[in-house]
Design a protein around this ligand. Structure first.
Ligand SMILES: [Zn+2]
Ligand SMILES: [Zn+2]
Length: 151
């Protein structure tokens, strides 16, 4: 959708314009996920709540391609600086979120030595190049061997 001049002005007055490289912090309300919210009434008179960083990106950079999500390169959800936002597919965004974790579910650190990549099958779907914890993979292998020995 397109914003009216008044809506654009209000949107651009809703955050702290820092230097181009800094995070521009949203100063109005936030949703439960920590993302800024921008409320407006559209041309049809319907009240809508937009996600602030998407609205700012739309106004400053241009329309976000269909189906694309905006990934915060700075990992600061309150930030609406378009330079810190990159359109990515949902899959890519999810993958990056996982990659950003520094420890596996068992608490082993993902050091270069302890990180492997391989194909994982989840619910019949194959995902290539999935990161895994080598310590956990080794433990699983040991358990498997012990079970075999006990049998
Ligand atoms: Zn930022
Ligand atoms: Zn592990």
């Amino acid at each position: 959708m397109d914003f009216t001049k008044g809506q654009t002005d209000r949107l651009l007055a809703s955050f702290d314009h820092g230097s181009p490289d800094e995070c521009w912090t949203w100063e109005r309300s936030f949703d439960r996920g920590g993302y800024g919210k921008f409320r407006l009434t559209d041309d049809l008179g319907v009240r809508r709540t937009l996600i602030a960083h998407r609205a700012v990106y739309h106004v400053i950079v241009g329309p976000i391609p269909d189906g694309m999500h905006l990934d915060h390169l700075c990992r600061n959800r309150a930030c609406v600086n378009p330079r810190h936002l990159q359109p990515v597919t949902l899959e890519e965004n999810t993958r990056r979120g996982v990659e950003a974790r520094t420890h596996c579910g068992k608490g082993h650190e993902f050091t270069p030595e302890n990180t492997g990549y391989g194909t994982r099958t989840t619910r019949g779907k194959k995902y290539p190049n999935v990161r895994y914890c080598k310590a956990c993979a080794k433990a699983a292998q040991l358990r498997h061997q012990e079970r075999k020995r006990a049998a």
